[in-house]
Design a protein around this ligand. Structure first.
Ligand code: AMP
Length: 271
């Protein structure tokens, strides 16, 4: 595994390859990231993983500062996985140039997380656009856990006619059902239990509202989540996962999208 901190040295090495399979991450690696990496390795192209905690996608400084980082442990894990390249850029390496493409931000960026984290998706698309320009990946592996992010990146790539293909990867979960997330490491045992109660409650709820949509009473559900131990609920909404239209009837293919806090830790998922 070769490690790069500078885009010019990286480009010299990778642009001679037939194509790159790219797995962008913010580090704090867990089973979710590892499944993306394993899928990427099956592509037969060289696998490049990036670790960059992008300050521009955090709307609160305290959230950026408390984001779990463990680069030494990450490097160990990546070496074991035998990936080809690891890119750990500095802020200047990413933001010290003007990208050719302007970011395309689909209007869906205003919904869900976009409503509650001002500037979040602008920051995500900004960094992804830059990574794409530096790496020119053939494939980009993204997790469905962050479905809204995945959708918006796909829209940007489509609109800008970028020759990278997004490979959608299924959500990997802990044994108690909750989606693996770097942020889970900020939860103590009791808080993890709360997250699993909430996951179970919402999984059952989805089954029920598939049969009877009238059971989707947002005020009652929010109260239930608070009673289960959530500190605050940002949103809980149903969307058709292909059209990203809000569903009004239970018969369509939909996912329940939610974001909530346990103390200061914000968790998102869709089921
Ligand atoms: P992050 O490091 O949180 O920015 O995530 C990097 C990539 O891993 C994104 O494409 C995420 O959607 C994906 N990812 C994060 N958690 C999971 C998970 N539990 N299952 C699958 N993919 C995930």
């Amino acid at each position: 595994m070769k490690i790069f901190k500078d885009k010019h040295t990286l480009q010299k090495e990778i642009l001679k390859n037939k194509g790159i399979s790219f797995v962008p991450t913010m580090g704090g690696l867990h089973k979710g990231h590892i499944s993306l990496i394993k899928k990427s390795k099956k592509s037969k192209l060289k696998t490049l993983v990036s670790i960059f905690v992008n300050p521009k996608q955090f709307n609160k400084k305290v959230d950026f500062r408390s984001y779990p980082r463990n680069t030494r442990r990450d490097i160990k894990q990546l070496k074991k996985l035998n990936i080809d390249y690891l890119y750990i850029p500095t802020y200047k390496d990413i933001y010290g140039f003007k990208p050719k493409n302007k970011v395309y931000l689909d209007k869906f960026s205003k919904k869900l997380c976009g409503k509650f984290r001002k500037g979040h998706f602008e920051g995500v698309l900004n960094v992804v656009n830059r990574f794409i320009e530096i790496i020119k990946p053939r494939y980009i592996f993204l997790g469905k856990k962050d479905y809204q992010q995945l959708y918006l990146i796909k829209k940007h790539i489509e609109k800008k006619k970028i020759k990278s293909k997004v490979i959608e990867c299924k959500t990997i979960r802990e044994d108690n059902g909750i989606a693996c997330s770097s942020r889970n490491s900020n939860l103590n045992k009791k808080q993890k239990k709360v997250a699993s109660y909430i996951f179970n409650y919402l999984t059952k709820l989805k089954k029920k509202i598939k049969k009877n949509y009238n059971l989707f009473n947002i005020n009652i559900i929010k109260k239930d989540l608070i009673n289960l131990g959530a500190s605050k609920v940002d949103y809980l909404e149903n969307y058709n996962i292909e059209s990203f239209k809000k569903i009004k009837k239970p018969n369509k293919k939909f996912n329940l999208f939610f974001a909530y806090y346990i103390n200061n830790t914000r968790l998102i998922d869709n089921i």
